[in-house]
Design a protein. Structure first.
Length: 202
């Protein structure tokens, strides 16, 4: 846990991979928030939007993939947002993480990487040298971004996709699972395939 100022934590979302790791880390977890109850070993607290007040000693670890929810938390609960880096992640010293970044197990983040606020880096993802990852963006498990790639804000990269070196992915875009991106992606685009092609504007 990178932020030591909190005495207990609320998990926003129900990502079972990270919840298991947090339980094993023996931190004091109050419960999790979600729109509806999910299968979880943690206490269900309801929707984060229905919680009237959160103590300044309570940290929020944001695991939910929903971009609108991530933005809501960034706007309303700035002082409670907690950055988390798994103990099994490899993180170069020159990498810079924004507030509330979640780095899951067995990830690799190379030198001169910059990751924006409330981004999520899934299990086993690799972010190579000089890459940029925008705020609120989610990398699903196993994503690889090669050297100098730039991923915009509020993007979603599906599991196992590969972004070639120096490629730019525009804001609010989605890359489908297993895709190989060999050319730059305009903002608000859905790309899929190997090589990835534009499916539609979103």
């Amino acid at each position: 846990m990178k932020n030591k100022k909190f005495s207990n934590y609320i998990i926003v979302g129900n990502d079972q991979d990270i919840i298991g790791e947090l339980i094993n880390a023996k931190i004091n977890i109050i419960g999790y928030t979600s729109a509806t109850p999910q299968n979880s070993p943690l206490a269900f607290l309801g929707s984060i939007k229905k919680i009237k007040k959160i103590s300044k000693s309570t940290g929020l670890i944001v695991t939910a993939d929903d971009q609108k929810l991530r933005n809501y938390i960034l706007q309303k609960y700035l002082r409670n947002i907690c950055t988390y880096v798994s103990g099994t992640a490899v993180l170069e010293n020159s990498a810079k993480l924004g507030l509330g970044v979640l780095v899951q197990a067995k990830t690799f983040i190379s030198r001169n990487v910059k990751i924006g606020a409330l981004a999520k880096v899934g299990v086993g993802a690799q972010i190579h040298h000089d890459c940029r990852l925008g705020a609120l963006t989610v990398l699903a498990p196993g994503v690889i971004t090669l050297g100098g790639a730039s991923i915009g804000k509020a993007c979603y990269l599906g599991a196992g996709c590969i972004i070639r070196d120096k490629i730019r992915v525009g804001n609010n875009s989605i890359i489908g699972m297993g895709s190989v991106v060999t050319k730059s992606v305009p903002s608000r685009s859905l790309f899929f395939g190997n090589p990835a092609r534009r499916i539609k504007k979103i």
